[in-house]
Design a protein around this ligand. Structure first.
Ligand code: SIN
Ligand code: NI
Length: 269
C-alpha cells in the first residue's frame, strides 16, 4: 500500500452509493476547525492577488461578477492554497466516490458570491466548459464552503440523477438559457432539485454532468468557497483554448498530464 492510499478520508460506502446514484453527495466536516481557519486566511490573501497565473474571470463591474467573483488557479500564486488544493484527503475522497483508479488535479478556483445585486448561479453542467474529448469523463468538483451557507447566501442545489442525462450545452452563466429546455420532459417532477445548506468546513462533491445551481447572496457578506476540479487519470485534451490548459504544453488527443496536472491519488493496483 502506498502512502497516499493510507490517507484517511471521511468517505463511507453510503457516500459512494449516494454519489454514484445521484451524481452529488454532501460530506460534513471535511475540514477541521484549525484547517478552516487557516484556509480562510489563505483564500482571503489569494483572492487579492492578480497575475497571469491566477486569474479573475471578470472585472468588478462585469455582469458575471454579480454571479461569481471567480479566481482560477489560486495554487499557482499562493503556496498555502497549494497545500489545500493538492490535499490528498480531497483527491482520495474524489477517487473513492468516482471509482477511478487515479485522480489528477485539473484546477482550483475561489468561488465567492458577493453581496449587493447578487445573481443566482443558473442551472448548468460543468463538463461542457472543459477542453476534453470525453463526454462522460467522470470529472468532478469538491465544493468546500468556508462560511455556513443556506438559501440566503448562495447554497447549492442539485438535480439527483441528472448526471445520467449526458453532456448538454454550456450555459452562459451571466445570460443563461434554461438547461431544462435541452432535455426531454423539461423540469418534470422527477427532476426536483435538492437544496443543500452546509456548515462552514463541510462540502459537496458533484459530477461534471450533474445539473447544479446556487442561490443569490442576499446577505451583506461574501459567500466564500474553494472548489477543486479532479479528473480521472487518462482524460484527453481536445486542443481548444482554455484558461487552465493554455501554455501547459498539451497536445490535442493526448492525456492531460504534466506538472500543472499532478496525479494526486492512485489505487494500489
Ligand atoms: C457557485 O459556487 O455558485 C457555483 C459552483 C459551481 O457551479 O460549481
Ligand atoms: Ni458548476
Amino acid at each position: 500500500m502506498n502512502a497516499q492510499a493510507k490517507t484517511q478520508t471521511p468517505i463511507t460506502q453510503k457516500h459512494i452509493d449516494f454519489y454514484q446514484e445521484n451524481g452529488f453527495v454532501q460530506v460534513d466536516n471535511m475540514l477541521t476547525p484549525e484547517e478552516l481557519a487557516e484556509l480562510r486566511g489563505y483564500l482571503e490573501e489569494a483572492m487579492q492577488t492578480e497575475s497571469d497565473r491566477s486569474k479573475s474571470t471578470d472585472k468588478k463591474d462585469g455582469s458575471y461578477y454579480r454571479v461569481l467573483n471567480q479566481k482560477v488557479n489560486l495554487w499557482r500564486d499562493h503556496a498555502g492554497m497549494g497545500k489545500y488544493s493538492f490535499h490528498p484527503r480531497f483527491a482520495q475522497s474524489a477517487m473513492k466516490l468516482s471509482g477511478a483508479s487515479g485522480m489528477r488535479f485539473f484546477h482550483d478556483h475561489g468561488l465567492w458570491k458577493m453581496p449587493g445585486d447578487s445573481k443566482a448561479t443558473p442551472w448548468h453542467q460543468d463538463t461542457p466548459y472543459w477542453p476534453i474529448n470525453e463526454a462522460d469523463a467522470g470529472m468532478m468538483s469538491i465544493w468546500i464552503t468556508l462560511d455556513d451557507v443556506n438559501e440566503d447566501n448562495g447554497c447549492m442545489a442539485f438535480v439527483p440523477k441528472s448526471h445520467k442525462l449526458g453532456k448538454l450545452t454550456g450555459i452562459d452563466l451571466a445570460n443563461p438559457q434554461n438547461i431544462f429546455d435541452f432535455v426531454e420532459g423539461g423540469q418534470s417532477a422527477e427532476r426536483k432539485p435538492v437544496i443543500v445548506p452546509l456548515k462552514a468546513g463541510s462540502c459537496t462533491f458533484h459530477n461534471g454532468l450533474t445539473f447544479h445551481y446556487a442561490h443569490a447572496n442576499v446577505t451583506d457578506k461574501p459567500r466564500r468557497v474553494l472548489a477543486i476540479i479532479f479528473m480521472p487519470d487518462g482524460i484527453t485534451y481536445n486542443g481548444k483554448e482554455h484558461l487552465v490548459t493554455d501554455g501547459a504544453g498539451l497536445t490535442a488527443g493526448q492525456p492531460i498530464t504534466g506538472p500543472r496536472f499532478p496525479l494526486l491519488a492512485k489505487t494500489d493496483v
